[in-house]
Design a binder for this molecule. Sequence first.
Ligand code: 5GP
Length: 359
Amino acid sequence: MRIINEVMLDYCDVLLKPKRSTMESRKDVDLTRTFSFYHSPKKWTGIPIMTANMASCGTFSTARVLSKHKIITTFHKYYTISEYKEFFSSFSNPDYVSYTLGIRDRDIEQLKVMIDNKLMDNFSFVCIDVPNGYLEKFLETIRLVRELLPEHIIIAGNVVSNEMTEEIILNGADIVKVGIGPGSACTTRKMTGVGYPQLSAVIECSDAAHGISNPKGHCGLIIADGGQVHPSCIAKAYCGGADFNMCGSLFSGFEESGGETVEMNGKLFKEYYGSSSNKAMLVNYGQKDSHRASEGRYTLIPHKGSMEYFLSDLFGSLRSTGTYIGARKLKEFAKRATFIRVNRQLNESNAKYEINENN
Ligand code: 5GP
């Protein structure tokens, strides 16, 4: 047994110190980034935010909205080949959609059918997603997917430590997905006791990924996945070194999100449930395996209206963070950031994020 005594932080444990700046307006802050990758020869330009690959936000309807803003939709694992064929007959924007698969044999079989049907040409990204990225089978799957798709940008996770971040990149992934337990619909910490404070995980894993580069100087990248309850959490993740942010609940509850709409006492709600919740197991597999406990929760989010309002709030907040810390570009957030440790109670980010009432 060993105890790590170092202080580990979540987003709500810190604030950002304002810095002197020569900027005149929030408009001066550029939120787009262009990335090259460790393995994939592609280049990508956009706003480095993506939806979680969950039923409530990794959907076709979300992709139609977010791709216009150069944000990526990571589809959930449960679309069929024929649903993909129909969707891609009227959608073509590969840089802003990601296919998702797990590490079971049937995931690889479906990927092969997708490749044979040329459907993977519609995606720049492919995401290999498991709750626990510390399994040997996960690394084997990354190597196999890299062989099958040598040019795609491969995302793989989830992990929370430096040594596995390096291992994942060296085994064929371009981007490592970081986070175990921070998700708003996740009960892993409660059920298993396993987890890692998310901001510290982002700082540790980004340092590891950015420390590995190929002969052209292109380094590994990371995604901060889950636990962003406000736009400020997204800004803090960039300041901690995240290249991308992946969010579930922030992109759920909208007209364009997935999940059933439920009416209660005259008010509208939308479903939001964890991918490992009992509800997800029932919807996707028709039953809950007897050897698995649910590690996700089912919630109802008050209906938030159209996603477009949220996006302008989000971009405005990120630009404002840039203005306060003197960063003209998203790329400069980490360089300009000084975190201040605060008492959680003093930090606004403990309150639940609500879209402006006047929206
Ligand atoms: P959120 O943005 O809602 O805080 O977190 C979204 C992330 O939570 C997802 O991208 C995924 O990593 C994680 N997640 C989604 N469903 C579950 C679940 O049922 N159990 C666990 N442990 N994590 C989940």
